[in-house]
Design a protein around this ligand. Structure first.
Ligand SMILES: Cc1cc2nc3c(=O)[nH]c(=O)nc-3n(C[C@H](O)[C@H](O)[C@H](O)COP(=O)(O)O)c2cc1C
Length: 372
């Protein structure tokens, strides 16, 4: 059996294999609620054999959303439609995770496929349009594009309220039945803004030295870990490097990963970038080396970023560069990616096909002489 399709146990959670669906914003919620789009989009990945499906960046507070279309978990009423999705993922053999997020100064931006805020007045009603002034470590806009407002700098009370927002959202995630939560500390969003000297110009205990810039994330981690069940794993997604001169570096990430481990984090999901001017050039497997570096801190990692070939995924695990393999666009392209990868790596194994299809797919492949 390949490593990719061997189970992995994290605390009390056993994943059926090492394949993960990376979080993907859908900008398709109203007032933060999950709906049928999310149910079908996510359910398909469980039917396709993924081990862990991580739901998109989910605002822990209303002002935490990247756009008015983001999922949210700031209200108990938002639990129920998420629980329906979790139940389906479980019924199809996948574990369910959710990314708890705060966009900071990159909040209240237009929905990705719109040309700025081009909604008509009718659209605004139809799509539950909302806007607000974002918050951030410092009152500096992400860039000069009018999509990004100048944020209000969080005061100490605002920081405490935000940390509480993460903890309260984790409690709701537990009520919805999720197996894991992933704290979103990547891609230039709020936590990444605290980590990076590019966005954090504070002079209090949350700014200045690396230790001070890490404080917000470590306090969020402690608050979430305190309410998240002991037997359930906790994930953190980081941008291992900003890829910008004077920004957060891979060396910083190795120090951070070791801190996260001592604060009860089980897995670091290793991404990169999120600030303007990044020199990172996406190419096949481009973030795997960052995962390998972070893993040297003695913590498990998820590698992500243009991983599409099953044999590449297996080699990453064999070489000890990561413990899990995540796909985002590759999963959109082929929601059955694990089923197909399992055939490539392990031959005539049909166990990942849903029972409704398993025997028929074997018959088809035998008839065509594809595999016995
Ligand atoms: C449609 C889409 C939405 C995304 N939304 C999120 C998100 O909510 N949170 C996040 O951390 N990354 C998000 N990402 C980044 C992916 O999780 C992933 O890291 C990136 O696409 C690289 O992986 P890939 O090459 O397999 O697509 C998104 C990517 C896509 C394509």
């Amino acid at each position: 059996m390949s490593q990719l399709f061997s189970p992995l146990t994290l605390r009390g959670l056993t994943l059926r294999n090492r394949t993960v669906v990376a979080p993907m914003c859908q900008y398709t919620s109203q007032h933060g609620f999950a709906n049928d789009w999310h149910f079908v989009h996510l359910g398909r990945f469980a039917q396709g054999g993924f081990g862990l499906v991580i739901l998109e960046a989910t605002g822990v507070l209303p002002e935490a959303r990247i756009s008015y279309g983001d999922l949210g978990l700031w209200d108990d009423a938002q639990i129920e439609p998420l629980a329906r999705i979790v139940d389906f993922l479980h019924a199809e053999g996948a574990a369910a995770g959710i990314q708890l997020a705060h966009a900071g100064r990159k909040a209240a931006t237009p929905i990705a496929w719109r040309h700025g805020f081009d909604e008509s007045e009718d659209d605004k009603v139809k799509y539950a349009f909302e806007t607000w002034v974002p918050v951030a470590p410092s009152a500096i806009a992400h860039n000069a594009n009018p999509s990004f407002q100048t944020p209000t700098a969080l005061d100490t009370a605002g920081i405490k309220r935000t940390i509480q927002g993460f903890a309260d959202a984790a409690i709701r995630a537990e009520k919805a039945g999720f197996d894991t939560v992933e704290i979103h500390a990547a891609h230039g969003y709020l936590i990444n803004q605290f980590l990076s000297p590019l966005a954090n110009h504070r002079t209090d205990e949350y700014g200045g030295s690396r230790e001070n810039r890490m404080r917000f994330l470590l306090e969020v981690t402690d608050a979430v870990r305190a309410v998240w069940p002991e037997q359930k794993p906790l994930l953190v997604r980081i941008s291992a490097t900003d890829g910008v001169e004077g920004g957060w570096t891979i060396e910083d990430s190795v120090v951070l990963a070791s801190e996260l481990k001592s604060h009860g984090v089980d897995v670091v999901h290793v991404s990169s970038g999120g600030f303007d001017g990044a020199s990172i050039k996406p190419r096949a497997l481009y973030q795997v080396e960052l995962s390998a570096e972070v893993r040297k801190a003695g913590i498990k990692t998820i590698a992500v970023g243009l991983i599409t070939e099953p044999r590449d995924a297996e080699e990453i695990l064999e070489k000890g560069e990561a413990d899990l393999i995540a796909l985002a666009r590759g999963a959109l392209e082929d929601p059955n990616w694990p089923i197909h990868a399992h055939h490539v790596l392990d031959g005539a194994e049909y166990d990942l096909w849903p029972k409704q299809a398993r025997a028929r797919m074997r018959d088809k492949d035998r008839a065509l002489g594809i595999r016995q």
